[in-house]
Design a protein around this ligand. Structure first.
Ligand code: GLC
Ligand code: GLC
Length: 650
């Protein structure tokens, strides 16, 4: 079998390469391409054969794919090729303690791409090495799902600038050591994309780029199995197009048409767009809604094995033409499924929605058991990959955790989710949070929560109530969560505006194109006035900023918070979350108190976690001071400790 596969692979290459080689401008160029190709083609070929091998024109599409790869390789700017080579030598560059990410909307943060360049000094001041620009492509004018309905992957939304400006920004960022992250919105295009327009005109080639059905009966094999993503605004997953007299598959909004990856032409076309973005300077591509990309009758059409193979095929292809580029998975699904996308050969990076949801969970319950058990099960991922740890982003919070773990704690998962929704929408008595429900599903009772970090953590209510004690407490909550994403292992990613403790923006309720999508409450404009707040040390904004700066500074000086393994620890105290980071013989212990009261732990616990003979234990977050003698280690409400055994002779 293996021998046969090798033989098939070799023969296929022997037949195809003579058609590509004449394009090479030098022997050296061809040699470089061949090195990458020889390393990845066997895998790519096997994956594509599995997905498309039974189609009559497979070989034709394979040949065009090789052309696409070679063209992109040839067009790759020199600096990016150099960077590719460096990254191959240092494949775990993204795991360093210096790494710090942020996400922002170009328009909300700077106005446009040109002015975003003027914000680079601020990004540097923050310590960023990674910037995710929310979708900035050409998109429908009124409602584009915040840019996630792309009409042209090679054109920037004219309000934000041009592709040339994007490239200039990418190189300006690169010079400052900041990698650029762009979305690869590949599950769907907008209905204004050229392919969709051609489908609307009845072109059979492009009808086959999407899922179009002539009558309702044809939906029956799919519809009963599908989850509704936006049930309030978009009941069902299909849209009737009067103009076409067809149903079109639209998992998200009616104007976001799902692409048909059963068609190898779609794979090739989207690979071309991926490589284009990589050559424009994207260092990381965020694989949007990747769980949904493969459809199969009689299944939920989420997380199917073919979806993984498809992403692996993109990975193998990218490593031939643009090998320094990383993929980031956006799988907001069950924790068991989230981890399946994480692999150096699939997505090297992944959002960590479980950690995010568990931080909020423990903040509300003051109890860390669900977080501890959930993360013990699902935090470990391969050493050559990394989590993207975040507290808030542009989307809603969904209460993702494994129901069986909840049951093991005698917690009814559905009741608990209802409680969390009540808590974070401020309906639960005593709640500190000011969130807004998102996409309440009247049939299932399901709902998610939108809101800015600071508002969800209590700052908005505390300010309205003019309650100084609560203001202090909410700032401590905000800093505690940041201290955890900065130390748990992975790339911490801030959501721009959160570093200043900015509150909910309710103005979306007055905008007809936004009022149905409460996620806009956490998409706030950040102008010069907001940025100035960081210079006012006595305001909540200035305090959040200064506290976060301090945490970031210490993280960056602590290699144990970079490329080191993580173990989630049961501290024996239901209010205190713990984890350890290990590298070589060194260990760092992270402790965080989620209770509103002082808590303490037995010092023996620390001793058992740290290397034997560690007598003097210092807290990096307490100016490196040693813990006082005594049998107990105490933590103030929402205090975090980063503890290490002091090295001998220090
Ligand atoms: C992702 C985005 C979200 C968008 C959806 C559809 O989940 O984060 O904002 O609505 O994909 O593209
Ligand atoms: C999750 C998110 C939602 C997103 C969807 C698609 O359900 O909560 O905002 O659009 O995933 O990834």
């Amino acid at each position: 079998m293996i021998h046969n596969l090798d033989y098939d692979t070799r023969l296929t290459l022997e037949r195809l390469l003579p058609r590509i080689q004449p394009k090479a401008s030098s022997d050296a160029e061809w040699r470089d391409f061949r090195t990458n190709l020889d390393a990845q083609f066997p895998r790519l070929f096997q994956l594509l054969r599995g997905l498309y091998g039974n189609q009559y024109d497979f070989f034709y599409h394979l040949e065009s794919l090789l052309h696409i790869l070679f063209d992109a390789f040839q067009e790759r700017p020199k600096v990016l090729r150099q960077q590719d080579r460096q990254r191959l030598k240092d494949p775990l560059w993204f795991k360093r303690e210096q790494m710090l990410g942020a996400a922002c909307y170009v328009d909300l943060f700077a106005g446009d791409l040109k002015r975003l360049r003027d914000r680079i000094p601020y990004l540097k001041e923050l310590g960023l090495t990674y910037l995710h620009l929310m979708p900035l492509f050409k998109a429908p004018a009124d409602n584009s799902d915040g840019g996630y309905a792309v009409s042209d992957y090679r054109q920037v939304n004219p309000d934000l600038g041009t592709m040339a400006e994007l490239k200039r920004l990418a190189s300006a960022l690169r010079k400052e050591g900041i990698v650029m992250v762009l979305d690869f919105v590949f599950n769907h295009t907008s209905d204004e994309h050229r392919w969709a327009v051609q489908a609307q005109q009845g072109d059979p080639e492009y009808l086959d780029y999407y899922f179009c059905f002539d009558n309702r009966d044809e939906l029956a094999p799919y519809e009963p199995y599908l989850r509704e993503i936006f049930p309030e605004v978009r009941p069902g997953c299909f849209t009737w197009r009067e103009d076409m007299q067809k149903w079109v598959w639209t998992t998200f909004n009616s104007f976001q048409w799902d692409l048909n990856y059963r068609n190898p032409a779609v794979f090739n076309a989207m690979l071309g767009e991926l490589l284009y973005l990589a050559n424009a300077g994207a260092d990381v591509l965020r694989f949007d809604a990747l769980a949904f990309v493969w459809k199969q009758a009689g299944t939920p059409c989420e997380n199917l094995p073919e979806a993984h193979r498809l992403i692996q095929a993109f990975n193998a292809a990218a490593r031939i033409a643009v090998p320094g580029v990383l993929f980031k998975s956006e799988a907001i699904v069950h924790p068991d499924e989230v981890v399946r996308y994480i692999d150096f050969d699939e997505c090297q990076l992944s959002y960590n929605p479980l950690f995010m949801a568990m931080l909020w969970n423990s903040l509300a319950t003051r109890d860390v058991r669900l977080m501890t058990r959930s993360l013990q099960a699902r935090f470990p991922i391969p050493d050559d990959t990394a989590w993207v740890n975040y507290i808030r982003g542009h989307d809603d919070i969904g209460w993702t955790f494994d129901d069986t773990i909840a049951w093991s704690l005698a917690t009814d998962p559905d009741h608990h989710r209802r409680f969390l929704n009540q808590y974070y929408t401020g309906q639960f008595p005593g709640s500190f949070a000011r969130g807004v429900p998102f996409q309440e599903n009247k049939t299932t009772g399901d709902c998610r929560v939108a809101g800015q970090l600071a508002s969800l953590a209590g700052l908005e209510k505390a300010i309205d109530d003019q309650n100084d004690e609560e203001i202090d407490r909410s700032i401590n909550r905000i800093l505690m969560m940041h201290a955890l994403i900065l130390s748990a292992g992975g790339i911490p990613v801030l959501y721009i505006g959160d570093e200043l403790g900015l509150l909910n923006d309710y103005s979306y309720q007055q905008d007809v194109h936004k009022q149905n999508d409460s996620r806009w409450v956490n998409r706030v404009p950040i102008g010069d006035a907001q940025l100035e707040l960081r210079h006012q040390p006595d305001t909540p904004n200035g305090r959040v900023y200064a506290g976060l700066q301090r945490l970031i500074r210490i993280r960056k000086q602590t290699p144990l918070l970079g490329n080191a393994s993580t173990h989630i620890v049961d501290t024996g105290n239901v209010h205190v979350f713990g984890l350890t980071r290990h590298r070589d013989a060194e260990t760092l212990v992270v402790l965080a108190n989620f209770a509103d009261f002082e808590q303490s732990l037995d010092r023996h616990l620390l001793q058992s976690l740290l290397p034997a003979g560690s007598e003097r234990i210092v807290d990096l977050l307490d100016d490196g001071q040693a813990l006082p003698d005594g049998h107990r280690v105490s933590l103030q409400p929402h205090q975090v400790r980063w503890l290490v055994a002091e090295r001998q002779g220090v």
